[in-house]
Design a protein around this ligand. Structure first.
Ligand code: UD1
Length: 419
């Protein structure tokens, strides 16, 4: 079983270009199914979640070629509408194929994605959105069969009671095949939704409003393949920034829009970092122990991202002063807390709240990743800690980071992947 071995306590310094965004590339690859012909997607990060998505596309009958970080998906003749259970289990976000396959083939069968390490993650909002557009969905024994209803599918108003990222994307994809106008009201405003909109528009779709809480799609027209460059990953950027903030040093990041990271940058500044931003570039310098900051409440974009909660917590745990975190998006997102405790962190959890009291310095320990961002948080903690940290459970980290150890070594970190 591989693990990261980190010799912590060394300052970091250097430049990095941020990889393409995992949460953007997955729906965009699924969207490539919508048009016959070959779409070309650039800046695809080398992640296990991307490999799983490409496996699903191949299985559906697409030809997929990968060269470096460019992926060509030829969706001329997809032949299958079913996704087997083992692929659905591998990656919860494969639920995005619900809208994409339904739009292209008129029918889709997949197993229920079920829960995950962040607590229950239902898909009721995805199903309600597709039903509003006229899909008939049968749910039995853990599998889902969705098809165009007898009366066909048509554009309608979809009201989301919570701005779910996945449900917004599934509704956008399905709506592309529905004649008439669909308005998704209460849509998620995440930048990855705007990236999906850019790709759909390049394919000839009439989509607008992404980034606001109403996304409008006028569907039913044939789409054509397109070329697209995936936006930079704001959570990977947050990881690098928190690593340098905690270990101290200087970082220049390119390939990510600073505006997509405002909530994280605000907190790092408040914790004592100096930050300078311009188009596509963020510079951070950290010279003193991080200070506690005002409450960090996770919220839908543009609020503080739940995906950066563990990472900022790890950075602040070895600083000074107290910070209260409130996790409002997922029920079970404090599983990194016990592991940080092994490194000397003082964090008290009560329900959705976690009070972090900075201990000045963490110490190295053997710790285990319990989920993707929780694992990245342990790496951040290990870089700032005194002594040696071993992080196991790298399969979680590989879902979202193309080469976290390589990136960090480029900043002077002592981190090795073993064996
Ligand atoms: C996406 C991101 C994930 C991020 C999350 C929140 C991808 C591939 N993943 O996940 O990294 O942590 O947004 O920013 O983009 N919910 C329901 N019913 C539904 C759907 C969601 O109750 O049908 C609830 C979820 O249980 C959760 C909340 O809504 O509590 C947010 O979920 P959602 O925005 O859908 O997250 P994902 O799209 O799964």
């Amino acid at each position: 079983m591989s693990y990261y071995e980190i010799q912590g306590g060394r300052p970091l310094s250097g430049r990095l270009t941020v990889q393409g965004a995992k949460n953007s590339v997955l729906p965009i690859l699924a969207a490539a199914l919508l048009a016959p012909g070959e779409s070309v997607i650039h800046n695809c990060p080398d992640l296990s979640d991307v490999s799983a998505t490409l496996d699903i596309l191949r299985l559906l009958g697409c030809r997929v070629e990968q060269q470096g970080d460019t992926v060509a998906v030829d969706a001329t003749a997809p032949g299958r509408t079913g996704i087997p259970e083992h692929l659905m289990r591998e990656m919860r976000s494969s639920v995005i194929f619900l809208g994409a396959v339904l739009a292209r083939m008129g029918e889709v069968e997949l197993s229920y994605p079920g829960g995950c390490e962040l607590g229950p993650r239902p898909i009721d909002l995805h199903l309600a959105a597709l039903r509003t557009l006229g899909a008939e969905i049968l749910e039995e024994q853990g599998s889902l069969l969705a098809r165009r209803g007898r009366g066909g599918m048509a554009g309608r108003e979809i009201c989301l009671p919570f701005p779910s990222v996945g449900a917004t994307e599934n509704a956008m994809l399905a709506a592309c095949s529905c004649p008439g106008t669909t308005a998704i009201v209460g849509a998620a405003r995440e930048p990855e939704i705007a990236d999906l909109q850019r790709f759909l528009r390049a394919m000839g779709a009439e989509v607008s409003g992404a980034g606001s809480s109403t996304v409008t799609v006028t569907g039913g027209r044939p789409l054509h393949p397109a070329e697209h460059r995936v936006m930079g990953d704001r959570i990977v950027a947050a990881t690098h920034l928190c690593a340098v903030a905690a270990a101290r040093g200087e970082l220049e990041l390119t390939g990510v829009e600073p505006g997509t990271l405002s909530a994280v940058l605000d907190r790092l500044e408040e914790a004592g970092c100096r930050i300078h931003t311009e188009d596509g570039r963020i510079c951070l310098s950290s010279a003193a122990p991080l200070r506690g900051v005002r409450q960090v409440r996770t919220a839908p974009y543009p609020g503080f991202p739940t995906d950066a909660q563990a990472i900022l917590m790890a950075a602040l745990a070895g600083g000074t002063g107290a910070t209260l975190f409130v996790e409002n998006i997922f029920e079970n997102r404090y599983r990194h807390v016990d592991e940080l405790g092994r490194m000397g962190a003082d964090i008290q959890v009560a329900g959705r709240a976690a009070m972090v009291s900075g201990v000045g310095k963490l110490h190295g320990a053997a710790v285990r990743s319990t989920d993707l961002r929780g694992g990245a948080a342990l790496v951040v903690a290990g870089l700032a800690a005194e002594g040696t940290t071993r992080v196991t459970g790298l399969a979680h980290i590989d879902r979202g980071y193309a080469a976290l150890d390589r990136d960090l070594r480029a900043l002077g970190a002592e981190i090795r992947r073993l064996p």
